[in-house]
Ligand binder design. Structure first.
Ligand SMILES: [Fe+2]
Ligand SMILES: [Fe+2]
Length: 185
């Protein structure tokens, strides 16, 4: 893109300038599935677990699919840990923010809180409250998040499980990011 906006400070921009910016943003949005798939592939490195973080993500998606989850939910299972790529300490929030325009509020909430809910399986080893997630007990998606962790996430560290390859889920990722449901400012 050779054309440039007329301004050096946003307050001086015109509608024509912002139309130009919007064209570029639309192109960026069209590439998001490729970027997300590249981030997923980058999770195929060393890890203290018995499988890579990519294989954990694929196994979580495979279990969701085999349980009959819909495509959006399988995509969220695949991408629930994608935030680890840029923010390991805050990965649930990052993944939820990435997915928010493209998924239901229920799926966003599950991804946003899965880290806390997974704490049920390990926090006690550090003298912390494994039931910390119960502060959300009255939330409408509490049980769904408990189930996400119990049936798909916390069990997906098994090298012997028949995990689907990433190629199976590429169309699903492209479909997800092709159609935003909401926009946020
Ligand atoms: Fe996680
Ligand atoms: Fe996970």
């Amino acid at each position: 893109m050779n054309r440039k906006v007329s301004f050096t400070a946003m307050e001086h921009g015109t509608r024509e300038d912002y139309d130009l910016v919007e064209i570029q943003e639309a192109r960026n949005a069209a590439d998001i599935a490729d970027r997300v798939l590249a981030w997923l592939r980058s999770m195929h490195g060393q890890s203290p677990y018995r499988i890579s973080r990519l294989d954990h993500s694929l196994q979580t998606a495979t279990r969701a699919e085999r349980d009959g989850a819909d495509d959006e939910t399988v995509a969220c299972a695949l991408l629930h840990d994608i935030g680890e790529v840029i923010s390991p300490r805050n990965h649930s929030e990052v993944a939820a923010a990435l997915l928010a325009p493209y998924v239901s509020e229920k799926n966003r909430w599950i991804v946003r809180h899965h880290g806390l809910f997974q704490g049920y399986y390990w926090l006690q080893h550090y003298g912390r409250d494994r039931n910390a997630r119960d502060r959300h007990r009255d939330h409408e998606h509490y049980e769904a998040c408990v189930e996400f962790c119990a049936r798909w996430d916390q069990v997906s560290f098994d090298p012997a499980y028949g995990t689907h390859p990433l190629e199976r889920y590429e169309p699903l990722v492209r479909e997800l990011f092709a159609r935003p449901k909401r926009t946020f400012l």
